[in-house]
Design a protein around this ligand. Structure first.
Ligand code: SF4
Length: 318
């Protein structure tokens, strides 16, 4: 039996404009194993958040899933995401203040989520709400506090408690630390790792930050222009990136060692292409120092089981 909790096969997400149809996610295939943290990384516009939204069914017209399949626990969910949203798959957003109702006490918000998704009594829901707060490091005596009385980091802990309350098997965390101070970021990332370990919950961590990927995830999927650029075990990719885009992301990540203070950080030249102007062939070719004629003409799919780049084509030059 497959140990995959989630499988995405050839996912295509598009938006129709007056002139043409734009690809937001283009032929994406990946899987999430039980109890692992998978990172989705790339610059803005890479399609990371759109992929997360598609999994949990938060895509709204005119954007639509126009191809491919999403499977969760052996059941196809892309046409019926409401059957799993909330109780089986939950989401943590970037800004905790936007996720919490400022007029409700946090205990009431937790109890509402629990009673909506679980068939338990109000008394048991109160016990569970307190337990969830303890799990994320908040004193349960604060059940009656309002969101504005918490710091940014503590509010994000409340949001994590809300996401965990119905005991989901998969949590999608979309830039959960971007709005926080660096020291608080580390605490929240440690908390996510701890939850993954103790509960066996799988996590999809969406971020643009390679340092966060390196600290937190088991495997990483690098996305570019809505396409998969490289996927594999995080340690291996950080040590030996294959795709030139991944190499650029790794090289532009600050390292804390003596030599890094003496040299400038690498910058990937150029920027992510606009959706209505995605280059032919390999979408990365205008920014790639290794680009050759084939790159401009033909789109590479994943070669060498890991990266989508013609440099890895064993038939090249034969
Ligand atoms: Fe660079 Fe070509 Fe590889 Fe694209 S396919 S990343 S342009 S070498």
């Amino acid at each position: 039996m497959s140990d995959h909790l989630l499988e995405i096969k050839n996912l295509k997400i598009t938006v129709a404009t007056r002139r043409n149809v734009l690809n937001l996610v283009d032929n994406l295939t990946l899987a999430v194993k039980k109890g692992e943290i998978l990172g989705l990384v790339g610059e803005s516009g890479a399609g990371k958040s759109m992929t997360g939204s598609a999994i949990i069914g938060l895509i709204e017209k005119p954007v639509k899933i126009s191809g491919g399949e999403i499977w969760f626990k052996g059941k196809r969910i892309d046409q019926h995401p409401d059957e799993v949203r909330g109780h089986e798959i939950s989401m943590i957003f970037q800004d905790p203040m936007m996720s919490l109702n400022p007029l409700w006490r946090i205990g009431d918000q937790l109890i509402e989520v629990i009673t909506t998704h679980m068939n338990i009594s109000h008394q048991d829901a109160i016990k569970k709400a307190k337990h969830c707060l303890v799990e994320v490091g908040i004193d349960p005596s604060r059940m009656n506090a309002y969101p504005h009385t918490f710091s940014g980091g503590m509010r994000q802990r409340v949001v994590i408690a809300l996401a965990l309350a119905p005991n989901p098997s998969l949590v999608i965390a979309d830039e959960p630390t971007t709005a926080l101070d660096v020291s608080i970021q580390a605490q929240i990332l440690d908390l996510l790792k701890q939850i993954c370990k103790t509960r066996g919950t799988s996590i999809i961590l969406i971020t643009h930050d390679m340092a966060v990927i390196s600290q937190t995830t088991d495997r990483v999927c690098v996305m570019y222009s809505g396409r998969l650029a490289e996927i594999g075990i995080t340690k291996e990719i950080m040590a030996h990136p294959q795709h030139p885009y991944t190499k650029g992301l790794v090289a532009s990540t600050p390292q804390i060692d003596a030599s890094s203070f003496e040299k400038m950080l690498y910058q990937i030249p150029g920027s992510m292409p606009a959706l209505d102007n995605i280059p032919s062939g390999c979408a990365f070719h205008p920014r790639c120092e290794h680009a050759h004629d084939k790159c401009r003409a033909e789109r590479p799919e994943v070669l060498s089981n890991r990266a989508a780049c013609w440099l890895l084509d064993a038939n090249e030059g034969q």
